[in-house]
Design a protein around this ligand. Structure first.
Ligand code: APR
Ligand code: PHB
Length: 389
């Protein structure tokens, strides 16, 4: 049996696990990242793409923002459309901005940094089990290539996403979860086509929500609200672009470039919060701790802020022999998480078509959107939340 020792054992090589390992290494704390999937699988996932300025600053501090700052698109506003009306919400009055840069690219930058730091993740591990998380010396057992291994740690970071094992290691009597499952999903496509507009367009249409986003000046990322049981096989590229155009105001519909799609997938929408985020020497971060519906583009940003906070707490433990930040982690992260949950659930509720929606419900949604675009105070609250609190 292989036996290894590290200060922080990290489960999961998504953005949370990779960024945590990077921040810890820069502060002289060593870690080992265990990942269930292969490197190619992790690098191939297509996910979100809107990065708050505060997140960019963390990534810069982590030494992984060079390409993001060179290639990312800085946006100073978004468009909100309902029916034939389209309104721009400007971020500049509040000095706000976001950077549009694919999570796929960010994952690559983080992975390159781990390689350069001489500590790449251990890929294709199976059956990770957390042991003694409420004692001084927790352990991670796993197998790799059929061989049993044990990783002795001081702390364990559960960065293994919503379906991971670490949250489940917290005893049921301690763990509380809060959840809302939405009765629809998002059908997303990636295509080599110029975006419909230079900024993101969030649409609330009678037929359902749609989003026109992008990855570059020549690559579009678009989404349609869809049924949960949507079969991708039923959605030809033709049908996707037709449906998107039908939900856009006429003037914008004419700008849809019907290029062949490179990727097509359906994702369910969920709001989820676990608490506490600490049990003994286990700390949860990222999607292992919480899920937001993608409408507010908060998922990746929350994950990076979680691990920044957790890294600072772990560094204080080692460098200053202080545990107050570790003790405060759960409550203080949860407060930030619930605020992002509120914004994400609210934006989801005003933009989507719900089954059984009455004309009154629709009137309320349109009034909410009208208030958002016409009240300076409402716009300011939106900008504060969208660009990062
Ligand atoms: N053992 C080892 N690794 C695991 C296990 C396990 N039992 N279970 C899951 N993993 C790995 C997954 O394969 C994945 O690579 O943990 C990683 C978790 O990564 P993400 O799901 O990307 O979660 P996180 O790093 O927290 O990133 C959050 O991703 O889903 C988006 O919107 C979300 O942008 C946010 C970001
Ligand atoms: C994306 O570009 O993938 C994207 C953008 C904004 C969102 C969600 C996803 O709210």
């Amino acid at each position: 049996m292989g036996s290894l020792r590290t200060q922080v054992g990290i489960i999961g090589a998504g953005p949370s696990g990779l960024a945590l390992a990077q921040l810890l290494q820069l502060a002289g704390v060593d870690s080992v990242v265990l990942e269930r999937r292969s490197r190619d699988y992790v690098l191939g996932r297509v996910r979100a793409g809107v990065i708050e300025q505060g997140t960019v600053e963390i990534l810069r501090r982590a030494g992984v923002a060079r390409r993001l700052e060179r290639e990312g698109l800085i946006h100073h506003g978004v468009e909100i459309a309902a029916g034939e009306r389209c309104h721009r919400i400007d971020f500049t009055a509040q000095s706000g901005s976001v950077t549009v840069y694919g999570q796929t690219e960010l994952t690559k930058d983080l992975m390159d940094a781990r390689d350069a730091g001489g500590a790449p993740p251990v890929f294709e591990v199976d059956g990770v089990v957390l042991e003694d998380i409420d004692r001084e010396r927790p352990r991670l057992r796993y197998t790799r290539g059929g061989k049993a291994n044990v990783l002795e740690c001081d702390f364990i970071a559960g960065c293994d996403g919503f379906h991971g094992v670490s949250r489940k290691a917290i005893p049921a009597a301690v763990l509380k979860t809060h959840e809302r499952v939405y009765p629809f999903g998002w059908l997303g496509v990636l295509a080599e086509a110029p975006p419909v507009s230079s900024e993101l367009i969030y649409l609330s249409h009678e037929r359902g929500f749609a989003l026109c986003s992008m990855r570059s000046a020549t690559r579009s990322r678009c989404y349609l609200q869809c049924e949960l049981d949507t079969n991708i096989g039923d959605w030809s590229d033709e049908r996707f672009w037709d449906e998107l155009a039908s939900r856009l105001p006429a003037e914008l519909a004419g700008r849809v470039v019907r290029a062949p799609t490179i990727e097509k997938s359906v994702a369910p929408l969920r709001s989820f919060v676990a608490e506490p985020l600490r049990y003994g020497r286990l700390f949860l971060a990222g999607d292992a701790a919480h899920i937001v519906p993608p409408t507010g583009a908060k998922g990746l940003n929350l994950a990076i802020r979680d691990v920044d906070q957790l890294a600072a707490a772990l560094v204080a433990h080692y460098a200053e022999r202080r545990d107050d930040l570790l003790d405060a982690y759960s409550a203080s992260a949860l407060r930030r998480i619930w605020r992002a949950e509120r914004f994400s659930a609210w934006l989801t509720s005003v933009l989507h078509r719900y089954p059984g929606r009455t004309s009154f419900d629709r009137g309320m949604q349109l009034a909410e959107l009208d208030h958002l675009v016409s009240s300076a105070v409402a716009r300011a609250a939106f900008v504060e939340a969208y660009t990062g609190f």
